[in-house]
Design a protein around this ligand. Structure first.
Ligand code: PEP
Length: 250
């Protein structure tokens, strides 16, 4: 049985003051909550603060991205090992905003995935189609290509479980959520793709849904057989909403 995972992606939001408030509220709302794994991914500069406030709690933390390079002369980048230095458990790779804003190809995302694994982090691999791709009935082809870039690198030998987030680009930050049935169809496809590599990999991999998840739609989404939690953007900035979504994962 897979345990649900709910991760907040804070994106480029926050200030020292607001982060301290949010962390205090999260600790209050989520303290002692069992039966679901939880994490938050703040902007890099707030990681020391987050690590300090969340140490010893049930809430893990992680980065929103890493460099595809090893530590060295790469101005402005963050190496995977640096996240390990702040006890990060997770790192998001291949978020659609990075694919779009920074031209990250699926091959580049696969390089980041490997860096994360080598540094002992759990990568959260984001995949998802644009509205144009969905309308052109290319959704499964796009997701298949994004997945294959990573699977093709490793084969089943190296991957005993993964965390994948299906995030339709048209649902991110738009208030338009995929229906539970639409999401389940893609999640099922992802699991079937993994099963062609290895049944163990398919059974153990947690496939999160992301795209305008809110307290009022989380339960229906998480009830689907192949949806194992969520990657949460906007609602992760409101402690009460994030806590309600985490509870829906139990
Ligand atoms: C995200 O960016 O990962 C996301 C899912 O955002 P939102 O929940 O705001 O749509």
């Amino acid at each position: 049985m897979r345990r649900s995972l709910v991760v907040g992606n804070w994106k480029m939001h926050g200030s020292q003051e607001s982060v301290i408030h949010l962390l205090n509220d999260l600790n209050e709302q989520l303290g002692g909550l069992e039966g679901v794994d939880m994490g938050v991914c703040p902007p890099f500069v707030y990681l020391p603060l987050v690590a300090d406030k969340l140490a010893g709690t049930q809430i893990a933390w992680g980065g929103q991205d890493i460099s595809h390079c090893e530590a060295g002369a790469h101005t402005g980048d963050i190496a995977a090992e640096m996240l390990g230095d702040f006890n990060c458990r997770y790192v998001i790779v291949g978020h659609s905003e990075r694919r779009a804003d920074h031209g990250e190809s699926s091959e580049r995302v696969a390089e980041k995935y490997l860096r994360a694994l080598n540094a002992g982090l759990t990568p959260i691999l984001c995949v998802g189609e644009t509205l144009a791709e969905r309308e052109a009935e290319q959704t499964l082809n796009v997701i298949g290509e994004q997945l294959q870039a990573v699977l093709g690198q490793f084969g089943s030998g190296r991957l005993d479980s993964m965390v994948i987030a299906y995030e339709p680009v048209w649902a991110i930050g738009t208030g338009k959520t995929a229906s539970p049935e639409q999401a389940q169809q893609v999640h099922r496809f992802i699991r079937e793709t993994l099963a062609r590599e290895s049944e163990i990999l398919a059974d153990s991999t947690r496939i999160l849904y992301g795209g305008s998840v809110k307290p009022d739609n989380a339960e229906a989404l998480f009830a689907e057989a192949d949806i194992d939690g969520g990657l949460i953007g906007g609602a992760a900035l409101i402690a009460e909403d994030f806590a309600a979504i985490c509870r829906a994962g139990i």
